[in-house]
Design a binder for this molecule. Structure first.
Ligand code: SF4
Length: 763
C-alpha cells in the first residue's frame, strides 16, 4: 500500500504542506497534506498522501488515511450544536446548547441522584489528545459510578492481565515484529486492521518482511483472513478456544523440558503453581475443544521453543471471548516460558516519550491491582478499572428501581452499533430522561440525544497519541499542529469538554473552560513536583507553570509530560532533551529507536516481580477446565471481521470507502452453504437468543465449517440517522445478535467471538 499517486494538476496553486498523524486507527501513520487557498476564503485540502519522511510510517498509508479531507468536508458532519425540540434537531449557538444541558440534565440528577447518570466513552477518544485528557474532568463532574467505555467490548482482558502480571494496564509487552524470527498471532488480522494494542504503521509490510527474511508467521484464526493467507501457517482453531491451545502449549513446554525463562529467570513468581495448573491440559485433552490435532498443538509449542527469537501476540479474537482474560494472560505466559519476554525479537516493553504506567513512579514498585471493588445494580457484574461492563448498560437503563440510569453522556461513541444486544440498548436510550452527546454525527446512538456538541474535525485539532505510543513497536514521538483553523465561534474540543464538565458540576452554563484547564495543569505540576522520581521533584510549582506559559489546553499538559518524560529536557536539566517545542521543530516526528530491554525496572507490581500465577486468574482456570466437558455444540457460532476500508461508522459515510462490492456479508463455508441450500449472494437469516438479521451470504472456504462471520459497525438504515452515504450502504448491525449474557467474568468483556446462532435461507 502506498505511498501515493502523482500530484493532481490542481496542486499547482498549492501554497502549503502540512504534516499530521492519522488518527483513524492505531497505526498512527504520518500524512502529508497539501493545501491551497479556497475560493470561499481560507484554505482547502487538495491532497493527502503518506509522509515519506515520517520517522515511523515512512510514507505508508492505507485507503482510509486520505479521507480526512472527505471527513472534514462531509456535509453531514456537525459544525454547530444541535438541540432536540419537538422531536427534531435544530441548530443552536454554543451558549444555548450549554444552557439547554443545564436546564435538562441537571434536574434529572437533582431528582434522582448522580447514580442516575451514566457516561459512555467511545474508541476514538484513544486516538485523540483532547479526548484523552479532558474526558476525565467530565467523568469527575458527572460523579456517577456508571462509567462505560469501548474497552469492555474490546481490550479490557489484556489490560487486566498486563496489570496483574506487570503492574500496569498499558504495560503491555508488544511483539517486536521487525526483529523476530517467529510470530505466533492469535485472533488478529493486521492486514485489515493495521494492528491493535501494538502500534505500527505498515503492519502488512512488516509481516511480509518477516517472512522474506526467513522468519515464520503462524496465524491462529477460525477464518483464513488476509493475514492468514500470507502466513507461513494458518491454524483454523474453533472460535473462543485460544485459551485451550495456549494452555496446552504451556503444558508441552513444561512436560518436554522446553522452558527457558531467559532474562525473566529471577523475576517470576508463581512458576510452580503454573506448572500444576497446566498439567491436565494436555494436547489430547484440548484437541476436541480447539478442533486441532494433539500432534499439531505439540508441534506449535516445539516450534515456538525452537525459534531463535519468538513472540506470541493475541488481539481482538482473544479478548472478546469467554476466557478473554485467561487467554491474554497465557499469551504472555508463553512469552515468559520461552525466554522471549523483553528481548529483541520477542515481546518487549515500550518507553513512551510522554511517560506512562511503566515509566512513572519507582521502578519495581507498584500498588496491588484492585478489581471487582463494586458490582452493577441489576446483574451484579463487576467493575474493572473504575468502569462497569458495557454488557450491563441497557439493563441498567431499562430496569426500574433505585439507581436506574435515566441520563447519559456519550463522548465519541456509538454503542448502538458497537455493544451487545443493541436492539435492547436502542430501545433503552429512547426512554432516557436526558441524553447529551459529544459527537460529529447524528448517528444510530446520538439520534436519541437531547443535545449534541460537535468536536472540531481531525484536521482542526492538534494531535499526539498519548495512549497508542505507549504500545508502539518503536519508541517515537510525533506532534501534529492543527492543519485548518477553527471556524468563527467554534470552540476547541478541550473547551467543549471542559465547559461540559463545568455545567455538570453545577458551575453554570457560562463558566469559563479555562478554569478546568488551569486546575488540571496546576494539579499535574504539583504532583510532579511532589514525586521524588520526577525530573522536577522539589522545584517551585509557579516556576514550572511559568515555564509552561503561554500555552494552554492539551498542548500545555503534553509539554509537561514530554519535558518530564523519559527523554525530556527536565525544564532545563538536559537542554538536548524532548519538549513540545522540539517536536514542533520536527514535524516528521522524533525516533528514539527500536525497543530496548527494560526488565526489571519496567515492572510496577507490588513485589517488583512478574506474576505468572495471579490469584484471580488461577481461580478461573477451574472454569476453563470445566468448559472442556461442558462445551455445548451449536449449529453455528458467529465471529466478527474487519475490513481495511472500515474502522468505525464515520468511515461508512465516506463514498470512496464504501463503494464497490458490499462488505457487510455473512461469510459461510461452502459445506455449510450447501447443507443450508444457500448460494453465494443469497440472503440468509441469522438468529441468536437476542435478535436476528437478514444478510447476503458470501460463500467462501476461508472460514471453518460451523462458523459464520459478520463485520460490525454497520446497520445505518434506522430512522433519524443523518449520514446519507452510510444510509445508502447500510448493511446490518451484527450487535443485534450479540448476547449481553455472554461475557468474560473477570473483565466483564463482551463475548463477540463465538456467539451461538442459527442460520436459514431467507424466504
Ligand atoms: S493504517 Fe490507520 S493510521 Fe495509517 S493511514 Fe490507515 S487509518 Fe490512518
Amino acid at each position: 500500500m502506498t505511498i501515493a499517486e502523482p500530484a493532481p494538476a490542481d496542486t499547482a496553486a498549492a501554497t502549503r504542506t502540512a504534516y499530521r498523524t492519522c488518527p483513524l486507527c492505531e497505526a498512527s501513520c504520518g500524512l502529508e497534506i497539501t493545501l491551497r487557498p479556497a475560493q470561499r476564503g481560507g484554505e482547502e485540502v487538495v491532497r493527502i498522501r503518506g509522509d515519506r519522511d515520517d520517522v515511523f510510517s515512512k510514507g505508508y498509508i492505507c485507503p482510509k488515511g486520505s479521507t480526512l479531507k472527505q471527513l472534514h468536508e462531509d456535509p453531514d458532519r456537525l459544525r454547530r450544536p444541535l438541540v432536540k425540540r419537538d422531536g427534531e434537531f435544530v441548530e443552536v449557538t454554543w451558549d444555548e446548547a450549554f444552557a439547554e444541558i443545564e436546564a435538562r440534565l441537571l434536574p434529572v440528577l437533582e431528582e434522582h441522584g448522580r447514580e442516575a447518570a451514566a457516561v459512555y466513552i467511545g474508541n476514538p477518544n484513544a486516538h485523540n489528545l483532547a479526548g484523552m485528557l479532558y474526558g476525565r474532568p467530565v467523568l469527575r463532574a458527572l460523579g456517577t459510578p456508571n462509567v462505560f467505555s469501548a474497552s469492555t467490548v474490546d481490550q479490557r482482558p489484556k489490560e487486566i492481565s498486563s496489570a496483574l502480571m506487570f503492574g500496569g494496564g498499558l504495560n503491555v509487552p508488544v511483539p517486536d515484529v521487525d526483529r523476530t524470527d517467529h510470530l505466533l498471532m492469535l485472533g488478529a488480522n493486521p492486514f485489515a486492521s493495521n494492528g491493535s494494542l501494538a502500534t505500527a504503521p505498515d503492519w502488512p509490510g512488516r509481516l511480509e518482511r518477516l517472512v522474506e527474511r526467513g522468519g515464520t508467521l503462524v496465524v491462529v484464526d477460525p477464518r483464513r483472513s488476509r493475514t492468514a493467507e500470507m502466513a507461513s501457517e494458518w491454524v483454523p482453531i474453533r472460535p473462543g478456544a485460544d485459551a485451550y491451545l495456549l494452555m496446552a502449549m504451556a503444558q508441552v513446554l513444561i512436560s518436554e523440558d522446553l522452558v527457558d525463562l531467559g532474562t525473566s529467570t529471577d523475576l517470576v513468581t508463581g512458576l510452580d503453581e503454573l506448572v500444576e495448573l497446566a498439567a491436565p491440559f494436555t494436547p489430547e485433552a484440548v484437541a476436541h475443544a480447539t478442533g486441532l490435532e494433539a500432534d499439531h498443538i505439540r508441534r506449535l509449542a516445539r516450534d515456538l521453543a525452537a525459534a531463535d527469537t519468538a513472540c506470541v501476540y493475541g488481539r481482538i479474537g482473544t479478548t472478546t471471548a469467554e476466557f478473554g482474560t485467561l487467554t491474554s494472560w497465557l499469551v504472555d505466559v508463553l512469552n515468559v516460558l520461552t525466554g522471549n519476554l523483553d528481548r529483541p525479537g520477542g515481546a518487549m516493553f515500550t518507553t513512551p516519550a510522554s511517560g506512562g504506567s511503566n515509566t512513572r513512579g519507582k521502578p519495581r514498585y507498584g500498588r496491588e491491582v484492585k478489581l471487582h471493588r463494586r458490582r452493577s445494580r441489576v446483574r451484579e457484574l463487576p467493575e474493572t478499572f473504575g468502569e462497569l461492563p458495557a454488557v450491563v448498560m441497557a439493563e441498567e437503563m431499562d430496569t426500574p428501581g433505585q439507581g436506574q440510569i435515566r441520563a447519559l453522556v456519550t463522548i465519541a461513541g456509538n454503542p448502538v452499533l458497537s455493544t451487545p444486544n443493541s436492539g435492547r440498548l436502542d430501545a433503552a436510550l429512547a426512554q432516557l430522561d436526558c441524553m447529551v452527546s459529544v459527537d460529529i454525527y447524528v448517528n444510530e446512538t446520538t439520534r436519541h440525544a437531547d443535545v449534541i456538541l460537535p468536536a472540531p474535525s481531525a484536521l482542526q485539532k492538534g494531535h499526539y497519541d498519548l495512549a497508542l505510543l505507549q504500545l508502539a513497536l518503536r519508541n517515537t514521538a510525533n506532534y501534529s499542529e492543527p492543519v485548518l483553523p477553527l471556524e468563527e465561534d467554534q470552540p476547541d474540543e478541550w473547551e467543549v469538554l471542559a465547559r461540559l464538565a463545568l455545567v455538570l458540576q453545577g458551575a453554570g452554563a457560562t463558566a469559563d473552560p479555562a478554569l478546568v484547564d488551569d486546575l488540571m495543569i496546576t494539579a499535574l505540576v504539583q504532583a510532579a513536583v511532589g514525586d521524588d522520581t520526577s525530573a522536577v521533584h522539589g522545584r517551585d510549582v509557579d516556576e514550572i507553570l511559568g515555564l509552561l506559559a503561554p500555552r494552554t489546553g492539551p498542548e500545555r499538559i503534553l509539554d509537561l509530560q514530554l519535558r518530564t518524560g523519559p527523554y525530556g529536557e527536565g525544564f532545563g536539566a538536559d537542554p538536548e532533551g524532548l519538549s513540545l517545542d522540539k517536536l514542533l521543530e520536527n514535524p516528521h516526528g522524533v525516533d528514539f529507536g527500536a525497543l530496548k530491554p527494560r526488565l526489571p525496572d519496567v515492572l510496577r507490581t507490588p513485589d517488583g516481580m512478574i506474576a505468572l500465577a495471579p490469584e484471580i486468574l488461577v481461580a478461573d482456570v477451574a472454569r476453563l477446565w470445566d468448559g472442556l466437558d461442558g462445551r455445548r455444540e451449536h449449529p453455528f457460532v458467529l465471529i466478527g471481521r474487519r475490513d481495511l476500508r472500515s474502522n468505525n461508522s464515520w468511515m461508512h459515510n465516506v463514498s470512496v470507502l464504501v463503494k464497490g462490492k458490499p462488505r457487510c456479508t455473512a461469510h459461510l463455508n461452502p459445506e455449510d452453504a450447501a447443507r443450508l441450500g444457500v448460494a453465494d449472494g443469497q440472503e440468509v437469516v441469522v438468529r441468536s437468543r437476542v435478535g436476528e438479521v437478514r444478510i447476503p451470504a458470501e460463500v467462501t472456504d476461508a472460514i471453518r465449517t460451523g462458523v459464520v462471520s459478520i463485520p460490525h459497525g454497520w446497520g445505518h438504515d434506522v430512522d433519524g440517522v443523518q449520514m446519507d452515504v452510510a444510509r445508502a450502504n447500510a448493511g446490518v448491525n451484527s450487535n443485534l445478535l450479540a448476547d449481553e449474557t455472554l461475557f468474560d467474568p473477570i473483565s466483564g468483556n463482551a463475548v463477540l467471538n463465538g456467539i451461538p446462532v442459527t442460520i436459514e435461507r431467507a424466504g
